[in-house]
Ligand binder design. Structure first.
Ligand code: DQA
Length: 144
């Protein structure tokens, strides 16, 4: 069974209440439940982690080396700032899919740079919660 780790970065625990015009009305629990359901249909074993802390995210990425076949990550604001998360992703040698609920390229200038994209297989952005579900489908298709 393919093993996929999903990491939600900072402030994503507030989904549903946080800027619903930008990020939608669905909370993180509901998104995670939908991911679990989809994973069952796709024959994927899933682990899901949310963290507001850069170091914790890095440790979780490093631990993925011993478990995951694929990483799906929404690094949230760290997308635009964190060389350390980028280095962690490029260190583990596990295909990584970057996810964003919003289309970061039609927002503020500071969001238009992703430190993660150059070390990811690809990026899915702008489809709201569906970005995560599309990423899981992509993960199912990726070769180990
Ligand atoms: C986000 C986009 C980021 O710019 C922002 O800091 C987030 C969420 C998204 O999913 O659209 O927290 O990653």
């Amino acid at each position: 069974m393919k093993k996929v780790l999903v990491i939600h970065g900072p402030n994503l625990n507030l989904l549903g209440q946080r800027e619903p015009d930008v990020y939608g009305n669905t909370n993180l629990n509901k998104i995670n439940n939908n991911l679990e359901e989809k994973a069952k249909q796709l024959g994927i074993e899933l682990k899901i982690v949310q963290s507001n802390h850069e170091g914790e995210i890095i440790t979780t990425i490093q631990q993925a080396m011993n478990w995951a076949d694929c990483l799906i990550i929404n690094p949230a604001a760290y997308t635009h700032t964190s060389v350390a998360i980028r280095d962690a992703v490029s260190s583990i040698n596990i295909p990584t899919i970057e996810v964003h609920l919003s289309n970061i390229y039609k927002r503020e200038d500071f969001r238009q740079k992703s430190f993660i994209a150059p070390v990811a297989v690809g990026q899915i952005a702008g489809f709201g919660e569906m970005s995560y579900y599309l990423a899981l489908e992509a993960a199912a298709q990726l070769k180990k």
